[in-house]
Write a protein that binds this ligand. Structure first.
Ligand SMILES: Nc1ncnc2c1ncn2[C@@H]1O[C@H](COP(=O)(O)OP(=O)(O)OP(=O)(O)O)[C@@H](O)[C@H]1O
Length: 360
């Protein structure tokens, strides 16, 4: 792997005790050259701390970080300084130099190059981020999204081996964020840049990442491709954090064609080929029912009552309750505009049957 994080643990001094508390604990994952990795998780789960450790801004308590075969950090041992890591960084606050023009900002890290080489590189990067026409402007004359693209161009100018991005779009509005995430992905792929991105926004993670890691309380719960993360969550936390869904009681039953999972919506086998792997010995199971597993079907004998509805433009997110008391979520096209309290027909179409040991 190009970037290798192996059992990385980062500790901050605890406020009251002589002990240290681990903000990142035994995290391992790898990125191939040119891949984009995204770390996602709730506030305080350790994303920024891990990124800072990769940048060399925090030492490792234990474990190792290497890049392109070079050991960068080792717990209690080696520590290459941040400026010698060939790692570029883009942070939430654009941190552009206000007294320098856009072009001077982008060229800032190219001091060692000749004047003409520097000018050519700056022009190339401003074109790459679609801001060639702003070269002589001051940063404050640009929008927030444009300033963030200048910061990206500046970070890429020095041809870093790895680019780290910490919530670079979080101060921008939602529409712009998703568009910039897609643009950023295109730019990183065009330049073959290996990148590690931190966000707490799922849509941003899915728009950007080749691989996504879900962090929880300092630990990496799953490191996987976006599709697998959504359809094959490894833990209950990941299942809960990614996408809309509920957990319903379930049990394993032996059918003629193998094991099936019995749920309040009927019996299901895994249609995606992988057998429905129970996370426990069979007793006390829960099945994950995603909003897109539940299909509205007037002809279905199975009825559910609408408890809440949230309009999302092209669809509603309905919160439903079965007569048996189970709660469900369903994405339903928004031309099916039913009233709260109405009973509607539903059917489950579960491609990936995901079970966990029952919580508690
Ligand atoms: N300099 C510090 N000293 C002590 N504790 C810290 C320090 N920085 C972060 N922490 C603690 O380490 C844990 C992880 O913080 P971190 O900033 O890495 O989380 P995060 O996932 O990036 O959160 P957010 O999404 O809110 O930025 C938190 O419990 C935080 O309070």
């Amino acid at each position: 792997m190009f970037l290798e994080i192996d059992q990385a643990t980062v500790c901050y001094p605890a406020a009251h005790a002589a002990e240290r508390t681990a903000a990142v604990e035994a995290v391992s994952f790898g990125l191939a050259a040119g891949e984009i990795g995204v770390l996602i998780g709730p506030s305080g789960c350790g994303k920024t701390t891990l990124l800072r450790a990769v940048a060399g801004l925090e030492p490792l308590h234990s474990g190792r970080i290497s890049l392109a075969g070079q050991l960068l950090s080792e717990g209690g041992g080696a520590h290459v300084s941040p400026e010698r890591r060939r790692v570029g960084m883009v942070f939430q606050d654009y941190a552009l130099f206000p007294h320098l023009s856009v072009a001077q900002n982008v060229g800032f890290g190219l001091a060692g190059e000749s004047r003409s080489a520097r000018a050519a590189r700056v022009a190339e990067l401003l074109d790459l981020v679609g801001l060639g026409h702003t070269a002589t402007r001051a940063p404050h004359q640009l929008s927030g999204g444009q300033q963030q693209r200048v910061a990206l161009a500046r970070a890429l100018a020095a041809r870093p081996a790895l680019l780290l991005l910490d919530e670079p779009f979080s101060s921008l509005d939602v529409d712009l964020r998703e568009r910039l995430a897609q643009e950023l992905r295109a730019i990183l792929k065009r330049t073959g840049t290996t990148a590690l991105f931190v966000t707490h926004d799922q849509l941003e993670a899915f728009a950007l990442g080749d691989r996504i890691g879900v962090m929880h309380r300092g630990r990496l719960e799953q490191w996987d491709e976006p599709y697998a993360l959504y359809h094959r969550p490894a833990t209950r936390f990941v299942a809960d954090f990614i996408g809309h869904g509920v957990f319903a009681p379930a049990e394993l039953v032996q059918g003629p064609a193998g094991l099936r999972v019995r749920t309040p919506l009927g019996d299901f086998a895994d249609r995606s080929g992988t057998p429905a792997a129970p996370a426990s010995g069979g007793a006390g199971l829960e099945v994950l029912l995603r909003a897109d597993d539940i299909v509205h079907d007037d002809a279905s004998p199975l009825k559910a009552c609408i408890e809440r509805k949230a309009f999302r433009g092209s669809e509603f997110l309905y919160t439903l309750r079965l007569a048996s008391g189970e709660q469900l979520l369903a994405h339903v096209p928004s031309h099916h505009d039913h009233q709260i309290g109405e009973w509607i027909g539903i059917r489950a179409e579960i491609e990936h049957v995901v079970t966990f040991a029952r919580a508690g």
